[in-house]
Design a binder for this molecule. Structure first.
Ligand SMILES: *[C@@H]1O[C@H](CO)[C@@H](O)[C@H](O)[C@H]1NC(C)=O
Ligand SMILES: *[C@@H]1O[C@H](CO)[C@@H](O)[C@H](O)[C@H]1NC(C)=O
Ligand SMILES: *[C@@H]1O[C@H](CO)[C@@H](O)[C@H](O)[C@H]1NC(C)=O
Length: 193
């Protein structure tokens, strides 16, 4: 069984001077999903050359959080980035820019909807990593009524590849961001590292 988690940041609900503190974690209705553990796929090699700035920023923010707990870095995967790009555009164009249903995804996924503000790749990843303070690695638990799954996917040791994309939606400066992780993490009962 695998769980995916979702974040929504909305300026409309924030104290204006403290928008970052207003973090609404979507509750369990979007939370745990069941998944068959997929066969391990062979990661494709990272293309050589310089990554686009946004890709590098997603990657760096992930790898800093991983390094903090002694987990090795992710590699950028253009194939995963393309898939997330297709999905965010589909959600934008056909699904009113709502969260994607990743129940049947063979990848791990983190999602973010930001309303009324532009969020940089780093700010998005840091928002997921904020869950770290609720996560207890000693017994692999999350504080009551909190979610830790976005964070645990970020630092999941056996996830090797990352690809992310963002779509800007028409309605009220909303953006939807999805990151995919391969192989996926968040297997229930397993520790991320
Ligand atoms: C990703 O998409 C770009 C643009 O459509 C394409 O040129 C490239 O070959 C794709 N890369 C992979 C690895 O799928
Ligand atoms: C997501 O898709 C799965 C499988 O297709 C379905 O069972 C589930 O109800 C969907 N979840 C939501 C929130 O729509
Ligand atoms: C983490 O879990 C361990 C083992 O259950 C417990 O002893 C410890 O107090 C917990 N730490 C925090 C900060 O809650």
């Amino acid at each position: 069984m695998r769980a995916t988690f979702f974040h929504r940041v909305s300026e409309a609900l924030a104290m204006p001077q403290l928008a970052f503190l207003c973090l609404i974690l979507l509750a369990a209705s979007h939370g745990a999903v069941q998944a068959i553990r997929p066969a391990v796929t062979t990661p494709s090699p990272t293309p050589t050359g310089i990554l686009p700035a946004a890709s590098q920023e997603y990657l760096d923010a992930h790898n800093e959080a991983r390094a903090e707990v002694g987990v090795g870095p992710l590699r950028w995967s253009q194939a995963l980035a393309n898939q997330s790009s297709r999905l965010v555009r589909y959600q934008r164009d056909k699904m009113a820019c709502e969260f994607a249903n990743l129940s049947n995804s063979k990848y791990g996924g983190n999602q973010m909807i930001a309303t009324g503000q532009v969020m940089s790749p780093r700010a998005i990843v840091e928002d997921w990593v904020e869950e770290k303070r609720f996560y207890n690695h000693t017994d692999n638990s999350c504080a009551p009524n909190k979610q830790c799954g976005a964070y645990t996917q970020v630092v999941w040791k056996t996830s090797m590849e990352l690809g992310c994309a963002q779509a800007t939606c028409v309605k009220s400066k909303t953006s939807l961001t999805i990151c995919f992780y391969n192989p996926p993490g968040n297997f229930v009962g397993e520790s991320p590292y």
